[in-house]
Unconditional design. Sequence first.
Length: 108
Amino acid sequence: MLVSEAPTDPVAQALAAGKPTVIEFGANACVSCREMKPVLAALAQSHGDRITVLDLDILKERHLIRQNQIRLMPTQVFFDAQGRETGRNMGKISAEDILTRLGVPHAP
């Protein structure tokens, strides 16, 4: 499931799905962030029944920078199904590494 940005708290909305979640904090102005978009979209398509993928543009929602302690774009934050943060990655990351960090088997 690829969650689109909403006027409510998009992080809370994504975590409410009760699935392992990866949230990318990036921006369209960031080259590495743009390179991550197809990776995230492919994950949402192939594993959307088991994970939640959220791609946020923090330049459009600047309050998320401080709220989520983002220091570099892109930053991916990983959450378990209970909504607890389990780790972070700063920079680009492969789909396989995202699935590993979420504890989800690679085969769809």
